[in-house]
Design a protein around this ligand. Structure first.
Ligand SMILES: Nc1ncnc2c1ncn2[C@@H]1O[C@H](COP(=O)(O)OP(=O)(O)OP(=O)(O)O)[C@@H](O)[C@H]1O
Length: 342
């Protein structure tokens, strides 16, 4: 698929939403979402994630502040035109039950008047892209598909008219954990191809870490507690709220987003050990060690050994400060001095 038209940056400036009953769901949120990146909004139930997402396509109108897509204030755009330029995927997909899969996927292209042949070509292309054979599934109805397959159709439909932004509200939470992991992997591959500006809401920190280029942790009232790439969020939570939210096993999660430190490998000459590819994460390297009962692995780059990685090296890599992390200072009596104020 041609992903060239692609993506636009989103800018939120002091965005506020007070519902008519007085509930202030979002108090005043400012953030810049980079074009072509996946930004994950995460936080406890009721913190305002869905409200933020729906203000971007104006399913909910903000009561203050400005949202811009590619520099243009969405509040000043024609709302139908705006929504057609934004893909939207929700938990239970919302496919039209009496329409075939192909017709469902072609909804927006039809609305904007594409010729029939182009719609057919596009829908078949998209179904293939989300791993559904168009010949097999195109003429079926939604109830003739599994939950995971329906979710894929939802993603294909959202991408049909090549939107500049893709909004996803808990897109994978209605399926079982195994299907969810597969859909997440597929989404990652898909996003490498289409490079949309994606805003994804989840309450699952593992999903956030797997899918996000950056993660925004929100607390009640849509208050932004930290906005950082997954490795930075896990290595150096900005405060207790974030630390608690990412969980006590953040070290393990960090393994999954930390690449093998190529520059720190030991010489591999003569070493007999299982091997891993140089592009692997520390988690993958550790998994090989555990599976093979070995305390080290040979790291292979283009078929030749690039060096040796040991369990101790993994421990040391996790202990090393990650990008953006403040070095933790411990005094000799073990007391933690307060962090320097900036
Ligand atoms: N139409 C509405 N009228 C009044 N209050 C609302 C309305 N919709 C949402 N709220 C409130 O706004 C706050 C934020 O809701 P929102 O759905 O954005 O949260 P969320 O973080 O997406 O929650 P969850 O993870 O449970 O889906 C909540 O306190 C909710 O009760």
């Amino acid at each position: 698929m041609d992903g060239t038209r692609s993506a636009a940056p989103i800018n939120l400036e002091n965005v506020r939403k007070q519902y008519p009953d007085g509930t202030v769901a979002v108090e005043g949120l400012s953030m810049d979402l980079a074009a072509g990146e996946t930004t994950v909004l995460i936080g406890p139930s009721g913190c305002g994630k869905s409200t933020v997402l729906r203000m971007i396509n104006r399913l909910i109108e903000p009561t203050g502040g400005t949202i811009r897509i590619d520099g243009t204030d969405v509040g000043r755009q024609d709302v139908d035109k705006l929504r057609r330029s934004i893909g939207y995927v929700i938990q239970n997909v919302g496919l039209f039950p009496h329409q075939t899969i192909r017709t469902n996927v072609g909804t927006v292209p039809r609305l904007i008047g594409w010729p029939k042949a182009k719609i057919k070509e596009r829908t078949d292309e998209l179904l293939s892209l989300v791993s559904l054979d168009p010949a097999r599934y195109g003429n079926r109805y939604p109830h003739e598909l599994s939950g995971g397959q329906r979710q894929r159709v939802g993603v294909a439909r959202a991408l049909a008219a090549d939107p500049v932004v893709l909004l996803m509200d808990e897109p994978f939470s209605a399926v079982d954990p195994i299907v969810r992991t597969r859909l997440q992997d597929e989404f990652r591959r898909l996003q490498e191809t289409v490079r949309k500006t994606v805003v994804l809401v989840t309450h699952d920190i593992d999903e956030a870490v797997r899918l996000g280029d950056r993660i925004a942790v929100l607390s009640e009232g849509g208050r932004l507690q930290q906005f950082a790439p997954p490795a930075e969020l896990l290595a150096s939570p900005a405060n207790d709220f974030v630390r608690e939210f990412v969980g006590g096993d953040r070290g393990i999660k960090l393994l999954a987003v930390t690449p093998i430190p190529r520059e720190k490998l030991r010489p591999a000459e003569g070493a007999v050990a299982p091997s891993v590819a140089a592009e692997s994460t520390l988690q993958e390297a550790l998994a090989v060690m555990l599976r093979e009962g070995s305390s080290q692995v040979v790291v292979q780059s283009n078929g030749t050994p690039a060096g040796l990685l040991t369990v101790d090296d993994i421990v040391a890599a996790l202990a090393a400060p990650q990008p953006g992390q403040q070095p933790e200072v411990v005094t000799t009596d073990g007391a933690q001095p307060s962090k320097p104020t900036r």
